[in-house]
Ligand binder design. Structure first.
Ligand code: FNR
Length: 380
């Protein structure tokens, strides 16, 4: 209501409430480097477009006269009660967007009561991000290193930093072919700016002959060589299961058989995601994969979703397709780039307000009652 009331007194929000317009503003105001880093996707961009199309093709069929006067947006996710079915996705190297970087985004998430997922590729060490959040809910995203000691050290630090859920990203054993990054020679990872978690890590530093101050190139090369691992297979998950006491969620699952393998490996959840279209160009749209993965997961796994969420209606559609909650990536990175912490808070508030209204206007007082019957698929 605040946005409407402000509007009646003639005050307009500093940033657009339409997050597509926000992206356009980011394109105009942020330099091509920062904007391109966030907006970019793999190959010809067709997966990123398909993510949007798959959500737009599904239409909500609202129900009437169902008493939606009192609403409760909260959902249970792996033993925690979230105030709404929304979290901020792990986005690496946020210092490219704003000097406030990860702590500013994390503070915004804490202030708005949504979980923040700390990226392995953070430009701020995880301890500092955690400190900015007080005791607000946070999860840790792992890029699963080739080096066991580094992985163990990350898990230990993430636990000590108060992260409750481990989110293991499986879709990035290698960085994909991303023309916008390549054309700009703008590979932040290779430049070493996204490596704060590594460069402050005792196990990572122990493997170096010289300190990063003495030889930044050696440190960057070591980072690149062990940042992720294309050699991993399903049995390797036992190592993470043994070394992380809390829930583990696998991010980047698109095939129903992979959901079954995840459950068999003792995992607790999956994020149906194609990394916002940044990894496999030509991959299935995440919203098209979601119902099949949710069916395979049954009640063995908690199913989360990301890739293409831009509106509160998209959140509703994802729930109807089988997700318990959604993550959002690019929109909050643009909010951060445009206005720091308040910009991220603006994005979260817009999504939550529109989700609340969509829920009510569609005939639901709680997320838990939304289901497949609330959607139809438009003929293409
Ligand atoms: C990402 N994503 C990502 N994922 C991850 O597991 N670790 C990471 O460090 C990053 N870094 C990252 C940087 C940038 C600039 C973007 C845009 C994305 C993927 C992210 O978590 C999420 O899957 C997508 O952003 C979801 O799609 P939307 O919401 O951007 O469409």
């Amino acid at each position: 209501y605040e946005i409407y009331l402000d509007g009646m007194t003639g005050a307009v929000p500093r940033l657009p409430t339409d997050l597509t317009a926000l992206e356009e503003m980011a394109e105009r105001r942020l330099g091509p480097g920062p904007f391109g880093y966030v907006a970019g996707s793999a190959g010809d961009g067709s997966t990123a477009r398909a993510n949007r199309a798959a959500l737009e093709r599904r239409r909500i069929v609202p129900r009437m006269l169902r008493d939606v006067a009192e609403r409760d947006l909260s959902v249970e996710v792996l033993g925690r009660t979230l105030s709404a079915p929304l979290a901020l996705a792990p986005v690496g190297v946020l210092s490219i967007m704003h000097p406030g970087a990860e702590p500013a985004a994390a503070r915004a998430a804490a202030a708005q009561g949504v979980p923040f997922v700390l990226s392995s590729a953070s430009s701020t060490p995880m301890e500092q991000v955690a400190e900015a959040m007080g005791d607000a809910e946070r999860w840790f995203q792992l890029y699963w290193s080739k080096d066991r000691e580094v992985t163990l050290s990350f898990l230990k630090r993430a636990r000590a930093a108060g992260c409750s859920i481990l989110v293991v990203t499986l879709d990035t054993p290698l960085l994909a072919w991303r023309p916008r990054d390549l054309d700009q020679a703008y590979l932040p990872f290779l430049r070493g700016v996204g490596t704060a978690n590594h460069f402050t890590d005792p196990a990572f530093l122990a493997g170096l002959e010289k300190s990063p101050q003495d030889d930044p190139n050696a440190a960057v090369l070591r980072f690149v060589s062990l940042f992720s691992d294309p050699g991993k297979t399903w049995p390797d998950l036992a190592f993470l299961r043994e070394n992380w006491a809390g829930p583990i969620v696998l991010k980047g699952v698109l095939h129903p058989d992979d959901a079954r393998l995840a459950a068999d490996a003792g995992m607790d959840g999956v994020v149906v995601s194609n990394h916002g279209g940044r990894q496999v160009a030509g991959a299935v749209a995440a919203a098209d994969a979601l119902p099949r993965v949710a069916a395979a997961a049954g009640d063995r796994l908690t199913v989360l979703f990301d890739s293409g969420v831009r509106t509160g209606a998209d959140v509703f559609k994802a729930l109807a397709l089988g997700a318990r909650a959604v993550l959002v990536g690019r929109p909050y990175a643009y909010g951060l780039g445009l206005d720091g912490q308040p910009g991220v808070e603006h994005v979260i508030r817009c999504l939550l307000a529109e989700f609340d209204l969509t829920l009510a206007l569609s005939g639901h007082a709680r997320p838990g009652t939304v289901g497949a019957g609330d959607l139809v698929e438009d003929p293409v």
